[in-house]
Design a protein around this ligand. Structure first.
Ligand SMILES: NC(=O)C1=CN([C@@H]2O[C@H](COP(=O)(O)OP(=O)(O)OC[C@H]3O[C@@H](n4cnc5c(N)ncnc54)[C@H](OP(=O)(O)O)[C@@H]3O)[C@@H](O)[C@H]2O)C=CC1
Ligand SMILES: Nc1nc(=O)c2c([nH]1)NC[C@@H]1CN(c3ccc(C(=O)N[C@@H](CCC(=O)O)C(=O)O)cc3)C=[N+]21
Length: 366
């Protein structure tokens, strides 16, 4: 009872803060691209200040059947790309407001070691997104064989630079570098990835609040909330337990009062566990791992997996595939994210949101 009151109050706070409230009517599902393939666009619930993210959606997940796809496709598709764009335009607005009133802009610093092609693409996308939102960005690139001290020195410079509000060390780092040692040095107040052990610890501990929530898990939850999914009391399965996705996602789902099971490479009969889940979030890095028969009919599926599959007919010689066998899952699930265009763009939007939050905190700007 107490809990429900707290959630209701948090929700009220959103209204007072000028956020748009979800209502059954406003939560309508719009068919965007074509009538047989609806894309979900829900009203903005984005909370750019940390505490609001904890508010669960009080409206249940029920989508008008008229908007379900015809034929064999049952799931509605969650459009992460346009949701991320909507969030980014809110961030751009806030950045502009900040510049106009205090003459300061948020700043994000990226440290990239080595020349992994995928890392280069992700970093390029992040920097481009910063430019579009009016966030200042700077980058230090170091060679694959650099010394640990060089990374630590770059990190210390950004830690001390008052125009930098967020620091991101692109992962994975080359084997010879001690990731834990490097993340320990990163200033807690600038840890916009939320990977610092204190931020992660606070995420795990009851009654404590992290300064930042890791971007990909935050993006997954944001997509669920915006799609009208009630997380509280649901059975959720997270596939993967990595520090950057699986683990914080399971912690965040628990914060939202889901009952969470975690599947990893040593789990026996994973399909029996996923079959019972109302919500499946998968981050294993194994293309097509989750088959249609792993899913309970009507399950909600969030696919974090971003796996390159060789395909000479594609522009870059590869295409992206999720962890979910999409063509099968779309017939069983009620809601699903595509790859690309699902969680990926949300990760970037959440990074910018965390950077803006950090700058607001640094300048005491509300
Ligand atoms: N869209 C986005 O924004 C992002 C996408 N990604 C993508 O998400 C995926 C996962 O990334 P990340 O967490 O960094 O990967 P990691 O390789 O660090 O972790 C993978 C996890 O999946 C588990 N796993 C691996 N194989 C299986 C299997 N066959 N069955 C069950 N569990 C398995 C591993 O288990 P164990 O612990 O036992 O080894 C591990 O916990 C990748 O495809 C990555 O590209 C990642 C970050 C952001
Ligand atoms: N310190 C750190 N923080 C991270 O957040 C981090 C990281 N290291 N290392 C690697 C992973 C991976 N990651 C992605 C971000 C965006 C997309 C993304 O935008 N994907 C697009 C497609 C992009 C493309 O076309 O290649 C999509 O799914 O639609 C994907 C993956 C962040 N990561």
């Amino acid at each position: 009872m107490m809990l429900r009151v707290a959630v209701a109050l948090a929700w009220q706070k959103k209204r007072v803060g000028g956020m748009r409230m979800p209502s059954t009517a406003a939560r309508a599902v719009h068919a965007l691209k074509d009538e047989n393939c609806p894309i979900l666009i829900s009203p903005s619930l984005v909370s750019l200040d940390l505490p609001d993210i904890w508010a669960s959606n009080p409206t249940p997940h029920d989508f008008p059947s008229a908007h379900k796809c015809s034929n064999e496709q049952n799931a509605a598709i969650i459009d992460g790309k346009s949701t991320a764009e909507e969030i980014m335009s809110r961030i751009a607005f806030e950045v502009k407001r900040m510049k106009e009133s205090i003459g300061k802009a948020p700043g994000l610093a990226v440290i990239m070691v080595g020349q992994r092609r995928d890392s280069q693409t992700y970093v390029r996308n992040k920097i481009k997104a910063c430019g579009e939102a009016g966030i200042m960005s700077m980058m230090t690139e170091l060679p694959d064989n650099c010394k640990e001290d060089e990374v630590l020195n770059a990190l210390s410079r950004f830690n001390e630079d008052p125009s930098v509000h967020g620091i991101l060390v692109q992962l994975p780092l080359p084997q010879h570098l001690d990731e834990a040692k490097i993340l320990d040095v990163l200033s807690l107040e600038k840890d916009v990835d939320g990977f610092h052990p204190l931020n992660m610890g606070n995420l795990a501990l009851r009654g404590r609040e992290p300064l930042f929530i890791p971007c990909t898990p935050k993006g997954c939850i944001e997509l669920l909330i915006r799609s009208g999914v009630e997380i509280m009391g649901k059975r959720a399965v997270v596939i993967g337990r990595s520090n950057i996705v699986g683990l914080p996602t399971s912690l965040l789902l628990q914060r939202h009062h889901a009952t969470v099971s975690i599947i990893h490479a040593f789990t026996k009969n994973p399909e029996q566990i996923t079959c019972e889940a109302d919500i499946v979030i998968t981050a294993a890095g194994v293309p097509n791992l989750v088959r249609g028969n792993w899913l309970k009919p009507g399950a909600i599926v969030i696919d974090v997996g971003t796996n390159p599959i060789e395909d000479p007919s594609c522009e870059h010689g590869y295409r992206l595939r999720g962890d979910v066998f999409y063509e099968e899952a779309v017939r069983v699930a009620s809601l699903i994210t595509p790859v690309p265009g699902g969680v990926g763009p949300m990760t970037i939007a959440m990074l910018l949101s965390n950077t803006l939050d950090s700058a607001k905190r640094a300048y005491d700007f509300t």
